[in-house]
Design a protein around this ligand. Sequence first.
Ligand SMILES: [Zn+2]
Length: 171
Amino acid sequence: MTQTVTDELLRANERYAEAFTDPGMDARPVRKVAIVACMDARLDLHEALGLELGDCHTIRNAGGVVTDDVIRSLTISQRLLQTRAVVLIHHTGCGLHGLSEDFRHEIELEVGQRPNWALESFRDLDQDVRQSMARVRTSPFLPHTDDVRGFVFDVTTGLLREVDPAGTPGR
Ligand SMILES: [Zn+2]
C-alpha cells in the first residue's frame, strides 16, 4: 500500500506524542498576541519570531488578508481569549502579488459558478499591508486596535520590515 503524505504526518505525530508532556496551559495565549499571516510554506512564524507553544494565536490564509473570517477569529481571540496586540505579516514573492482578477473569471468559466469570495490580489505589497492594518483598526468588533502593526517578511533573508501605516501607495 502506498503511503500518502497524510500517512507520513500521522507517523510523525506518533513520535511527537511519545515525547509530548502536557504543558498544563489553558487556551489563552501567554503573550496576548494574534498574528495574521500568509499561508506561504516558507514562513515559519514560530521560528521567525521566537515564539513558543502557547504564546500566540496564528491566523493564516492566502495573502494574510484580513477577511471577514479573520475578523471573526480576531474577535474571538480578543474578546474570549484576552489577546491585545495584532501583528500582520505579508511577504515577498507572494502568489497573490500581481495575480489578475481574471483568475476568478477563469474559474467561473470552468465550473459554471462565480466564486463568492474576493481574490484579494494586489499590486503594491506595502499598500496591501496598510489595507490589512486599516481593516483591523476600523473593525467595530475588536476592542483592542491600538497595537496593530504590519510587516513584510523577506523570504530570502528571513527579516521582517515594518510598513508605515501612514505611507502612500507606490503605484
Ligand atoms: Zn503569500
